[in-house]
Design a protein around this ligand. Sequence first.
Ligand SMILES: Cc1cc2nc3c(=O)[nH]c(=O)nc-3n(C[C@H](O)[C@H](O)[C@H](O)COP(=O)(O)O)c2cc1C
Length: 200
Amino acid sequence: MRFSELALKTRSIRRFKQSVRLKKENILAFVDSARFAPNAANLQLLRFSVVISKNDCEKIFPALKWAGYLEEWTGPENGERPSAYIVINAPEEEKPYTKMDVGIAAAYLVLSAREAGYGSCIIMSFDCGIIAEAVNTPEDYRPQLVIALGVAGEEVILETAHKDIRYWRDELGKHHVPKLRLFEILTKQKHIQEDQNDQF
Ligand SMILES: Cc1cc2nc3c(=O)[nH]c(=O)nc-3n(C[C@H](O)[C@H](O)[C@H](O)COP(=O)(O)O)c2cc1C
């Protein structure tokens, strides 16, 4: 898959085919990709916890908060929950670059998962105590992001954002994600003209 297609197809997935388990080798391959991610001063301070057993997944799930914009939805039902997780841990004593490193590593993880055919969702709203205990986060480290993983059980539709950037679900339950147009995310520069075809 070309990178442009991979980027389009790497959407946040929140409903999975829970019964399809991920193999340890797959998840380790995603972490192996994140190993090569750029990071400040090449310090390589992040530590990754891999969660694959049903039992451990059950410990993680209650700590997560899903889809803030979907107020009526309390998160994936039993049967559509993630079947694996990767927790990104960073040193408790945060530096200005810590969250940047975490974000870049997360991007590598979700792109790598999508390339292998798996859906994912980056989650930053979670109960840190529950996650740290469940994955045994190293001393002096803190969980920064949880990456939920599994085989996608939902369709996500990208659309051009008009006024509202909030994702939403239609009557068939399909998840829609409005994205700004290219011209809207570029700063105003004389040599760049608006392209009217710049839509989905
Ligand atoms: C740093 C970060 C934190 C996020 N935290 C959450 C979260 O706590 N819960 C959740 O359901 N989604 C979370 N998301 C997913 C975003 O809601 C999602 O990326 C956004 O709606 C755009 O959808 P897309 O990923 O399909 O483009 C997070 C994404 C990022 C990058």
